[in-house]
Design a protein around this ligand. Structure first.
Ligand code: 5AD
Ligand code: FES
Length: 348
């Protein structure tokens, strides 16, 4: 066994691996060695998830946001972006299209819309649960305990709240007016009230070191998450980070692979951001530990307005087209699309 394989084995067997070991892996530059890392992650993925690739249909129902996240094109200071909010019937029609594609999870996502109509949302959740055999993931940012509880009671199953970076100083420099502590408290609230909980980070942020990325992975481990989304930073022209360089696809893939080895029984999407670089890296992601894809079912006329970063994939394609495209991708990899709900991989 090579030294690298020994190191990966050690990391994989540890209940809480050392940060230096993770940094050593993230520092790999030699392509054959990186291939060893990806293959190791692929074996772990096969063991814990099998060959099936789960689909989550995403509906981006509002691009209003009260925040000013330094990397995000939806930030409130981007006055050039036309804002939209889908009506209740538009949301339900989109969800019906997800259901018609046999996808069993819908992800309802929005910016942190200050005017979010909680009662309307509750009605939508109840109505989805009544009409379709489908699980609901929400991705609406930070809310108070009571609202989270109402959403849960109405029937929402999962909640996605990315930490973006687990480094408090970096987090707070990128999120004016927001607090790291509150972000973590929200994650804990969500978990406590029984949501299957997801988080994730952005790789390649200005000021982010390999050590911080290693600590992100340990944060995911500590928080015992059900899903983790990992994507590269992509500079957006109407944000303060417009002149910074893009995150590296290779480092993002290394982070993903290492996350699979450390976290094991967790859902890891091949993120849309990884699919939106100079080439589509989602295939590589699926070979390096990922087990989930997220076709986008936002109505076509709104898709381009949910521009969190430029060059976003599948702006011109309907969600059903993405599902066929992703089915061919799975076939090319000798994998299958798994049309089950894809609940948490952790024992209840
Ligand atoms: N580059 C990469 N990812 C981004 N996100 C937002 N802006 C960017 C960007 N410029 C990610 C964040 C957010 C998710 C919806 O999109 O992780 O949580
Ligand atoms: Fe959307 Fe391929 S995933 S067209």
């Amino acid at each position: 066994m090579s030294k690298l394989e020994q190191l990966l084995k050690k990391i994989s067997c540890a209940s809480f691996p050392g940060v230096e070991d993770l940094v050593a892996v993230l520092s790999l530059e030699d392509l054959p060695e990186i291939k060893v890392l990806f293959d190791f992650a692929d074996v772990v993925r096969q063991k814990v998830c099998g060959r099936g690739i789960l689909l989550r249909g995403i509906v981006e129902f509002s691009n209003f946001c009260r925040n000013a996240c330094a990397y995000c094109g939806l930030n409130k200071n981007n006055l050039a972006l036309p804002r939209y909010r889908l009506s209740m019937s538009e949301i339900l029609e989109s969800v019906a299209r997800v259901a018609a594609s046999k996808v069993k999870t819908v992800v309802l996502q929005s910016g942190e819309d200050a005017c979010v109509d909680i009662l309307g949302l509750l009605e939508i959740i109840r109505s989805i649960k009544e009409q379709f055999d489908m699980s609901i993931t929400l991705s609406l940012g930070e809310m108070n305990f009571k609202d989270y509880q109402l959403l849960k009671k109405a029937g929402a199953d999962r909640y996605l709240l990315k930490i973006e970076t687990s480094n408090q100083a970096l987090y707070e420099s990128l999120h004016p007016g927001m607090s790291f502590e509150n972000r973590v408290a929200c994650l804990h609230d969500l978990k406590e009230m029984g949501f299957q909980t997801g988080s994730g980070n952005i790789v390649g942020l200005k000021g982010q070191t390999l050590r911080m990325i290693a600590e992100d992975i340990l944060f995911f481990k500590k928080e015992d998450l059900d899903m983790v989304g990992i994507g590269p930073f992509i500079p957006h022209g109407r944000t303060p980070l417009k002149d910074e360089s893009q995150g590296s696809a290779l480092l993002t893939l290394k982070t993903l692979a290492l996350s699979r080895i450390v976290l094991k029984n967790v859902h890891l999407p091949a993120t849309t951001a990884l699919g939106s670089l100079e080439k589509d890296f989602r295939e590589e992601a699926l070979r390096a530990g990922a087990n989930v894809l997220m076709p986008n079912f936002t109505p076509l006329r709104y898709k381009k307005l949910y521009e969190i970063y430029p060059g976003k994939r599948c702006i011109e394609e309907a969600g059903s087209v993405c599902v066929s495209c992703l089915t061919s991708l799975a076939e090319r990899l000798d994998r299958t699309i798994d049309y089950s709900r894809g609940d948490t991989l952790k024992a209840g």
